[in-house]
Ligand binder design. Structure first.
Ligand code: IYR
Length: 273
C-alpha cells in the first residue's frame, strides 16, 4: 500500500490494506502515524527488509563422540596424498558429481557462490588440455621459473611432462567468478560484484579435494601457469577465470609419492588463551 506513495505525496484519509505482514486498517493523521509512514517509505526505498530466518538444524554430539569424529577425520585426511600417476580405470561419474555437490555447500562471500566446476572426460578435449598445459610448463621449467622456485620444487620431482592430463578419467576445472554476468530485459550486460572470491573458491576446492578423498579417489592439485588456455579450450564466458585443475581417478598400481612431511602442530599452531 505505502509502496504506491511517491516522495512528496501524502496519504489522505483512512485506508485499508497491508504493508509486509502488518495490516493497516485505518489512518489518522497523528504525528506518530506520520512517523510510521516515513519509516516504512524509507525502509522500502532502501530495500531493508528483515531477512527470512529458519531454525538451525544442529545435531549436538556427545563429548566423546565429538573427539572420536575429529580424530577419525584427521586419520583419514592424513592419508591423502597428491598423486601424479593415475590409472586409466574408469570412475563412476556419480562419485565426481557427489563430491562437487559437497563442494557447493562451501560458505562464500554474501553467499554468491562464485564458482563453476567443469568436468572433462572427453579424450580429445583432454588431449588439447595436455598439449596446452605442457607448452606452458615447458616454458615455465626452461625459461620462466626463477632458480629459487625450481629449487623449491625439486623435492617433488615434477617436470613439464603432464601425461596424467590424458590418463586420469576425469579432469575437474574450477573457475572463479570475480563478478556475475547477466542481461537485463534490453539485453544490456549486468555485472554484479562478488566478494571474497579467492577465499570462497579456496574453501570449495578444499571441500572438493576432501570429498574426493573420502570417496576413495586420488587427486592432484594442478596449476599450470598461466592457465588462460583452460577458459579458451572449455569455451568459458569472460567472467570465469581458471582457478584450479584437479585430475581425479584411481592411482596407477606403481604410483609413488615424494617423501615429504607436514610441519609439526607446534610450528603452525599458536594458542592465545
Ligand atoms: N605448475 C608446475 C610447477 C609446480 C608449481 C608448484 I608451487 C607445485 O607445488 C608443483 C608444481 C607443475 O605443475 O609442474
Amino acid at each position: 500500500m505505502f509502496a504506491m506513495l511517491r516522495s512528496g505525496q501524502v496519504p489522505v484519509g483512512s485506508f485499508g490494506g497491508s504493508c509486509g505482514n502488518a495490516p493497516v486498517l485505518s489512518f489518522r493523521a497523528t504525528r506518530q502515524n506520520w512517523r510510521r509512514v516515513f519509516i516504512v517509505m524509507r525502509t522500502q526505498k532502501e530495500g531493508n527488509h528483515a531477512p527470512q530466518m529458519d531454525p538451525l538444524r544442529f545435531a549436538r554430539l556427545a563429548a566423546e563422540e565429538q573427539l572420536r569424529q575429529a580424530s577419525g577425520f584427521f586419520q583419514v585426511m592424513s592419508t591423502r596424498r597428491t598423486v601424479r600417476s593415475f590409472s586409466p580405470e574408469p570412475v563412476p561419474f556419480e562419485l565426481i558429481e557427489t563430491a562437487i555437490k559437497a563442494a557447493t555447500t562451501a560458505p562464500s562471500g554474501a553467499n554468491q557462490q562464485p564458482w563453476r566446476f567443469v568436468v572433462v572426460s572427453n579424450p580429445e578435449v583432454k588431449r588439447q588440455m595436455r598439449e596446452a598445459a605442457e607448452a606452458e610448463e615447458k616454458e615455465f621449467y626452461h625459461r620462466r621459473a626463477p632458480r629459487e622456485w625450481l629449487e623449491a620444487l625439486q623435492p617433488l620431482g615434477t617436470d613439464w611432462h603432464k601425461p596424467f592430463l590424458e590418463i586420469a578419467p576425469y579432469l575437474i576445472v574450477i573457475f572463479r567468478l570475480d563478478y556475475g554476468l547477466s542481461r537485463d530485459a534490453e539485453g544490456q550486460e549486468i555485472k554484479t560484484k562478488h566478494y571474497y572470491v579467492m577465499e570462497s573458491v579456496g574453501i570449495a576446492a578444499g571441500i572438493l579435494l576432501t570429498a574426493l578423498h573420502m570417496a576413495g579417489l586420488a587427486t592432484l592439485t594442478h596449476t599450470p601457469s598461466p592457465m588462460g588456455f583452460l577458459g579458451k579450450i572449455l569455451n568459458r564466458p569472460k567472467n570465469e577465470k581458471p582457478y584450479l585443475l584437479i585430475p581425479a581417478g584411481y592411482p596407477s598400481a606403481d604410483a609413488a609419492v615424494p617423501r615429504i612431511s607436514k610441519r609439526p602442530l607446534a610450528e603452525v599452531l599458536e594458542v592465545v588463551s
